[in-house]
Design a protein around this ligand. Sequence first.
Ligand SMILES: NC(=O)c1ccc[n+]([C@@H]2O[C@H](COP(=O)([O-])OP(=O)(O)OC[C@H]3O[C@@H](n4cnc5c(N)ncnc54)[C@H](O)[C@@H]3O)[C@@H](O)[C@H]2O)c1
Length: 309
Amino acid sequence: MPRNKVTVIGAGNVGATAAQRIAESGIADVVLVDIVDGLPQGKGLDLAEAAPVVGHDARVTGTNDYAETAGSDIVVVTSGLARQPGMSRDDLLAKNAGIVRSVVEEAARQSPDAILIIVTNPLDAMCHVAMQASGFPRERVLGMAGVLDSARFRTFIAQELDVSVENVTAFVLGGHGDTMVPLPRYSTVAGIPITELLSKERLEALVKRTANGGAEIVGLLKTGSAYYAPAASVVDMVEAILKDKKKVLPCTAYLEGEYGLKGLFVGVPVKLGRRGVEQILQITLAPDEAAALGRSAAAVRELTDKLGI
Ligand SMILES: NC(=O)c1ccc[n+]([C@@H]2O[C@H](COP(=O)([O-])OP(=O)(O)OC[C@H]3O[C@@H](n4cnc5c(N)ncnc54)[C@H](O)[C@@H]3O)[C@@H](O)[C@H]2O)c1
């Protein structure tokens, strides 16, 4: 059987951690790419040298040259800038759109059959840029946000109720960030809806903390943003695809009428398999949930309008 190949673009915190997890899981060889000379080569070599100790046979290499990414099954895009002092959200939007466009064009040329998993923020808008730059169909362009957002919600629920995280499932829809839509109705502990186990006030507090989850970590770290949970979330998606698991995960996908939304990337439940987005699952939303999803979609639309895409 041919070996799977995953390219991770951006050898920073999220990219290098995702590369480590993918290699250690043994599911694919990894090519780490960055614009900084030496950075992906150094981290790639370091990761390769860990292999005998950890005990895996994945090949890990680092490069600045896209030719080495040719024939990848999956390309994960984490390259981008974090917001710097004095830089507006719009500046960041334009800068990261430029980065994502150029790296996706290069990667898509080398791996025309790959599935793209976008991580760079602002996530939903960057998915649009990636779809446009690659020319790939919607089945092969998706964004990572929902797995992370729902993992945060699951963590807080498990801590609050002092139960195993394994017992907790949670669902989060919508855009990534302040406008995400956690769905307590579809979140359970061993199959019991959490609305039965938590007071309305506590539930609201956990939902609020989830929506603010990224900012909470930025506030603590001060010099960067979260990467352990984001990288683990990327790998969950990579594994679902490479193992053709048909796993239903909340992912950012391009909607063509689902949930009453058209021509927009928004977080929805997706069945992930070897072909990428194999199905978008539609659930009936209560009026307040539908309104929240509408607000979330409007926030994404605002960014894509600014980019003129
Ligand atoms: N979707 C999510 O849930 C989620 C979660 C965490 C982080 N993020 C986003 O992921 C991105 C990466 O975060 P990070 O913490 O790894 O940042 P980081 O600064 O540690 O790494 C970014 C890397 O991208 C590289 N890069 C910049 N321009 C490039 C180019 N043109 N080609 C190749 N590489 C280039 C940089 O050199 C750097 O190594 C950010 O945009 C962040 O906001 C998203």
